[in-house]
Design a protein around this ligand. Sequence first.
Ligand code: GDP
Ligand code: ZN
Length: 308
Amino acid sequence: MMGQSETLRGRVLRTVGGVYEVEIGDEVTECSLRGRLKQEKGIGRVAVGDGVELERMDDGGCVITALLPRSSRLSRRSADGRREQLIATNVDQLGAVLSLTRPEPVFSLLDRFLVLAEANDISAFVVCNKVDLPGANAVSELFVVYREIGYDVLYTSAKRGQGIEELREHLAGRITLFVGSSGVGKSSLLNALQPGLGLRVGEISVALERGRHTTVAAALHPLDVGGYVVDTPGLGKMRFWEMGERDLAHCFREFEPYLGDCKFDDCSHVHEPGCRILEALEHEEIHPLRYESYRKILDESGEESSRW
Ligand code: GDP
Ligand code: ZN
């Protein structure tokens, strides 16, 4: 048949105004959506991270013809708080980056990131950067608790190249979202990992933050070792859509063995008699800082709405 087109598969790296940058094999091509897919609104719409099927047209251009199933999705709330907006799909893991000193680690923020990952069924690991700085060693011991509850903790120095190989192994072949306050060294780590990468990430963030009212757009950056790093400008300030089906206590993985054993079925683990979580806290089976984070997030979610 004349004009028969070949079916290809690719991954959406970025979208800008109806144009989709898709990685197809080794090339990145600007594509459009086939009519039917254009009608889709909200989370049904093709997004950054999506695997797609495409057809190459006679003129050499490509059009996205189908959306492949998603393994995960990361969303935020629209400004009016009513709608779910996709940030990125198919994110495999979240890398929470902190610096051991300058700036000091904020454990409640780290726990918030870990909750986000748990709630979305995305795995997570912790990167402690700036191990080269004086005083870093003493602080690094505070992260032992995260290892004990099952998170990988990597120690790095972007400056000295320490731990970079291990980080690279962690990223290979997966889609990773890095989160962390500014100044902890995310760009530096990415640059150490793959020169030029962190720089690009930084530039994009600045450009997008200038236009306040433009939608915060994510982008996927291919890694030489395979896999991608997701760049989401201003992620820290976003309100996330929802934390999945499970409630907050289930997002603290070390709480898991005790849940369901409290005296009251609807125990909030704050003041109730016969609470197994409070008991575990007392017996030092749950770390006080982790419990404190639970309380903080619980209080805030109550203030904002019944749903967070
Ligand atoms: P980002 O905001 O998280 O992307 O952080 P940057 O990568 O921009 O780094 C913030 C500052 O920390 C810069 O001045 C970096 O040079 C510095 N920095 C980053 N990584 C390290 C490190 O491993 N050791 C030390 N001493 N400084 C670092
Ligand atoms: Zn309880």
